[in-house]
Design a protein around this ligand. Structure first.
Ligand code: ZN
Length: 249
């Protein structure tokens, strides 16, 4: 590696880190990083180049593309769980607490599940390798796609308002199938049963109500995809239990 290039990239990382830790990064900073990376695109394997790429993946950079409302709209109308389930190759999913599902990690080799997806917060974290984040981080890293493509993919999968980037149809189909799968329904039902059981035994935490709402959200999202409807077409003030769905749809 050209030592001079290495130093230039390292200095840029230090500058960005200091600015990010002190005054915070603004939209213009992200534009500048993007331009900087473009100029040094022949050095993509450089460690510091990769660090700068990670800065661009940071949630704060999302404002460059779309306003926060749109990102929140996609995030809150989607569920991370079936995405991780779609790429799970071992049937060793364990349910902990109210709604934390532990998978074998898809980002490092392991024999005991340590990749946790907590349904009601719609986030993941691996206790083995430290990988964590939301559905967009997951898709970016697992599918090796850009942030914009991850937004589009989530929008397409969940029949939400579209972003302006085309995504691979095979990916859309893979995740839609996961959402419609019986295995996903089993996980949701297992979670609901766990909550009911806890209630019967008088074990109720502050998370239980949120967990129940999240399972209901999973069910209505799943039903919307099966019916090929928009999630907005369903009444939001109902409790979407499976029994409810069977009765009214
Ligand atoms: Zn891991």
């Amino acid at each position: 590696m050209n030592k001079n290039i290495d130093e230039i990239l390292q200095l840029k990382v230090e500058e960005i880190v200091i600015k990010g830790c002190t005054e915070g990064l603004k939209v213009e900073d992200y534009s500048e990083i993007r331009e900087f990376l473009f100029n040094y695109r022949n050095y993509k394997d450089n460690l510091y180049y990769k660090k700068l790429e990670n800065v661009l993946c940071n949630h704060n950079s999302l404002r460059y593309y779309y306003d926060d409302d749109y990102i929140f709209y996609l995030w809150s109308n989607s569920s991370l769980l079936p995405f991780v389930l779609a790429n799970n190759t071992h049937d060793r999913i364990k349910l902990y607490s109210t709604d934390s599902f532990m998978f074998l990690c898809q980002f490092h080799r392991e024999k005991t599940p340590s990749l946790g997806v907590t349904n009601h917060v719609n986030l993941m974290y691996c206790f083995g390798c430290g990988f964590g984040g939301n559905v967009f981080h997951y898709l970016q890293n697992y599918e090796k796609i850009s942030f914009k493509e991850a937004l589009s993919l989530v929008a397409e999968v969940y029949n939400l308002e579209k972003a302006d980037v085309k995504v691979n149809k095979a990916l859309i189909d893979k995740y839609k199938e996961s959402i419609m799968s019986n295995r996903y329904l089993e996980l949701i039902e297992q979670g609901i049963e766990r909550l009911d059981d806890r209630k019967d035994r008088g074990i109720i935490t502050s998370y239980d109500d949120s967990a129940k709402k999240a399972y209901n959200k999973n069910l209505i999202q799943r039903q919307a995809i099966i019916d090929n409807k928009r999630i907005e077409d369903y009444p939001k003030d109902k409790i979407y239990t499976k029994v409810y769905l069977d009765r009214v749809i």
